[in-house]
Design a protein around this ligand. Structure first.
Ligand code: FCB
Length: 452
C-alpha cells in the first residue's frame, strides 16, 4: 500500500457557478442573463428545467458553508453573477448584489475558507448579448469595467481570482454548436468571440492589477490531453492541432502574445477580427493557471473537419475506461498527463485544479445514505494521479472537486448529478445530504492525503 500525499498548505475545495446554484434569478435587482433567456425558451433544456430556483444558494449560503466545514475544506471556488452586479451589463452597480457577495465572502473567511471567485462562469447579461455578445469587440471593454467593479467591491477581502471559466467551451457551445446560451450557430461569430474573450481576459487582468497590484489572478481553462485516435503520423499531427485549439487558444495568447498553430491554413486573423497591435493587447502574465479536467480526448485526422483544423474528436481509444452517467470516460491518467505537459511546456507555472469530478445518479437508500462508490473510485484515481504529478515536480497548489451540490447542469438540466452533497429537487427546501463521497473527501482534506 502506498500513500497519495499533498504539500503542506494545499488547498482543498469544491467549485460551483452562480447560474448553476444561486436561483433567485430575478431577486434584489438582478438583470436578465443569457442563461435566463435561454432556459425560458421552450425546447432548449432537457425536461424544460431552468435555474430559476436551482439550489437556492443565493439564500442558503450559510448551509453551503456548513457543508464545506463538514468536509474540512479550506477553499471555495464560486462565481459572481455579472447581471446581479451590473444588471444592464454596464453602468450602474447594484449595491444589493455587492452587499450580498461581501456578506458571503466574510462568512467564508470566518469559516477559514479561502474565497476564489470567478468573474465569469457563463451568465452574460442579456443586455450585452442584445448588443452583439462576445463576437462584438466592445464586450471586452464592458467586461474590464465589470472586473474593475468586482475588484473595488471585494478586493479588500479577496486575494485570489479567476477571470474566466472555460473560455474555449462557452464560446464554442454558445456561438458555434448552439446547445448553450445564447444558442447561436455561426462560425464567424464563434471565431470573433474567441478573440474578444482573449482581449477581455487581458484587459480585465490589467484593470484588476491596477486596482490591486498584489492580487493573484488566473483563469480556469478547460483542458483534456489529446491523444492520436489512429496510427498514422497524420493522426498525431491532428491531435496536436486539436490540443493547440482546445487547450491553448486562451493561454498562448495570455502568456506569449500569440495564437497557437491549430489551423491548417494558419490563424484566420481577419475572420476573427484581429487588428494591428492586438497581439500585444491579449498578453496577461497570469499568476496561476486553473485547470478544469474531466477526461481525455482521442483525435483523428480528417480533411475538412473541425472548422479548419482537419481534425476530428473521435470516440474512445482501444482500451477504454468505465463511463460516468454522462458517458464521459473515467481516465485518471488524463490529469497526470495534462498537468505534466503544462508543467513542461510553460516552465513549471503555478497550477490550481479548478474543477474535476463526475456525474452519477445515486440517491438516498432506505436509511437515507447515498452510497456513491463509483464517485469515490473516480476521486481516488484522479487524486492519486495528481499526487504523482506533484511528486514529479508539478507546482499544484489546490484541488477543487466539481461540485459541492447536485445542481443545474446546463443543457442537461437536473439530470446529471455531480455533487458531493445530494439535493432533493422536488422539495428544494429540504436540507442537503452529504454523499459517502463527501465523507470520504472530508477525510482526505483533513489528512492531506489518503492510502492508495
Ligand atoms: C464544466 C463546467 C461546469 C460543469 C462541469 C460538469 O465544463 O465548467 O460548469 O458544468 O463542466
Amino acid at each position: 500500500m502506498g500513500r497519495a500525499s499533498f504539500p503542506d498548505g494545499f488547498h482543498w475545495g469544491t467549485a460551483t457557478a452562480s447560474y448553476q446554484i444561486e436561483g433567485a434569478w430575478d431577486h434584489d435587482g438582478k438583470g436578465e442573463s443569457i442563461w435566463d433567456r435561454f432556459t425560458h425558451t421552450p425546447g432548449r433544456i432537457r425536461s424544460g428545467d431552468t435555474g430559476d430556483v436551482a439550489c437556492d444558494s443565493y439564500h442558503r449560503g450559510d448551509e453551503d458553508i456548513a457543508l464545506m466545514r463538514e468536509m474540512n475544506l479550506n477553499s471555495y471556488r464560486f462565481s459572481l453573477a455579472w447581471p446581479r452586479i451590473l444588471p444592464a451589463g454596464s453602468g450602474e452597480v447594484n449595491s444589493k448584489a455587492i452587499d450580498h457577495y461581501r456578506r458571503f465572502v466574510d462568512a467564508l473567511l470566518e469559516a477559514g475558507i479561502r474565497p476564489l471567485p470567478t468573474l465569469y462562469h457563463w451568465d452574460l447579461p442579456q443586455a450585452l448579448e442584445d448588443r452583439g455578445g462576445w463576437p462584438e469587440r466592445d464586450t471586452a471593454g464592458r467586461f474590464a469595467d465589470y472586473a474593475d467593479a468586482c475588484m473595488r467591491a471585494l478586493g479588500d477581502r479577496v486575494d485570489q481570482w479567476s477571470i474566466f471559466n472555460e473560455p474555449a467551451i462557452f464560446t464554442l457551445m454558445g456561438y458555434l454548436v448552439g446547445i448553450h446560451a445564447p444558442g447561436r450557430q455561426d462560425l464567424d461569430a464563434f471565431l470573433r468571440a474567441t478573440h474578444t474573450v482573449n482581449l477581455a481576459q487581458a484587459e480585465a487582468f490589467r484593470a484588476m492589477k491596477a486596482a490591486r497590484g498584489d492580487a493573484r489572478i488566473g483563469t480556469a481553462f478547460s483542458m483534456s490531453p489529446c491523444e492520436p485516435g489512429g496510427d498514422d503520423e497524420a493522426d498525431a499531427e491532428a491531435a496536436e492541432r486539436w490540443h493547440a485549439f482546445v487547450n491553448l487558444w486562451f493561454l498562448e495568447t495570455a502568456l506569449h502574445g500569440r495564437y497557437p498553430d491549430a489551423f491548417v491554413e494558419g490563424v484566420p486573423f481577419e475572420r476573427m477580427g484581429v487588428r494591428d497591435g492586438d497581439m500585444d493587447l491579449v498578453r496577461a502574465p497570469l499568476d496561476f493557471l486553473g485547470i478544469n479536467l474531466y477526461t481525455r480526448t482521442a483525435v483523428q485526422h480528417r480533411e475538412g473537419a473541425g472548422w479548419g483544423l482537419d481534425a476530428a474528436h473521435v470516440g474512445p481509444l482501444g482500451e477504454t475506461g468505465p463511463r460516468t452517467h454522462f458517458g464521459w470516460e473515467v481516465w485518471p491518467d488524463a490529469l497526470y498527463d495534462m498537468v505534466m505537459r503544462i508543467t513542461r511546456d510553460y516552465d513549471r507555472p503555478v497550477i490550481e485544479i479548478t474543477e474535476n469530478g463526475c456525474s452519477y445518479a445515486d440517491g438516498p437508500d432506505a436509511r437515507g445514505r447515498i452510497e456513491d462508490r463509483e464517485r469515490i473510485e473516480f476521486f481516488r484515481g484522479y487524486l492519486a494521479a495528481l499526487a504523482r504529478a506533484i511528486e514529479e515536480g508539478a507546482d499544484v497548489r489546490g484541488y477543487h472537486a466539481w461540485t459541492l451540490l447536485d445542481n443545474f447542469e446546463w443543457a442537461e438540466g437536473y439530470e446529471q448529478r455531480f455533487g458531493l452533497a445530494w439535493v432533493d429537487f422536488e422539495y428544494p427546501e429540504r436540507p442537503r445530504t452529504l454523499k459517502e463521497s463527501g465523507r470520504w473527501y472530508a477525510e482526505v482534506a483533513a489528512e492531506n492525503g489518503f492510502d492508495t
